[in-house]
Design a protein around this ligand. Sequence first.
Ligand code: SF4
Length: 329
Amino acid sequence: MSLPVITGDKEEVYEDPLDLMDEIDELKKEKDASILAHFYVDGEIQDIADFTGDSLKLARDATKVKTSTIVFSGVHFMGESAKIMNPEKRVLIPDMLAGCSLAESCPADQLGSFQEQLRAEGRSFETVAYINTSAAVKSLCDWIVTSGNAQEIIGRVPDDKEILFVPDQHLGRYLMEVTGRKMILWPGSCMVHEVFSIQDLIRAKRNNPGSKVIAHPECPQNILEITDFIGGTEKMRQHVMSVKEPTTFLVATESAMIHAFEKSAPQHNFVPVPGIMVDTGETCACNRCPHMARNTLQKVRDCLRDGTPEIVWQDYFEKARAVLDKSLL
Ligand code: SF4
């Protein structure tokens, strides 16, 4: 029996995930393709991927892919980065509408105007962009960072330069604290990490005595202040693997990440920290990124089979590539 299921923007007919996985395996061989999947996409997609990881690891993995086609299961800017690093390869993404609220909070034209204004004021600065930005924005920047390498890269900005950090104000504030560098912060944020509720976190701590909080630095400051370990997704994964004693971890990041934690450190118990829905003020229990959730097994199969949607090379990718190359490799 076929059941319709809703996946964001359209109805999809239910198909058995195991059949889809078999079909995807066959198509990968037939189309000479590899699948890269971000830690925030559904666990079943991570399970069929050739590479899984955070943005930094996947950007590096993209350069090691031997096949002629890459399917990037994540969001649009990640597909762009994979294409920029591999101009000769065909890069497909399962859903062209999988965007990112953080990347969208910093449009390239607005960043360009702001940089012009700073230059007109005689300010001497370098622009450091979090990797969650469009390729057009990357092409306007001096450095690209991920939550995994930001401290190291910021150390490379000469002391006599100011730093304009875009687009995540929370990550920027955290980096100011840990590096001691003053920064001009772009007022952007991630819709998922912005909604974590401090009250729910405190209640979860009370209900789980002895638990430890792990949080992504994109979370607001009030969450980070009561966090035991702050790090990007890969750093969090390494951290839970390094703890041998079975522990309950309260997880303040996108809830699909728990799949990767459970695979890497099965001795622990992982509890997602609920968030607050901005429109209703109600708490929700999942913190799913709606953009990442656009990735489904069916869409992975469809884009492999049909060869679309594809990330097509743009002129400004060249400039973005130079910035990515010096920052990530
Ligand atoms: S979790 Fe936030 S930063 Fe990550 S893709 Fe979703 S909206 Fe963008």
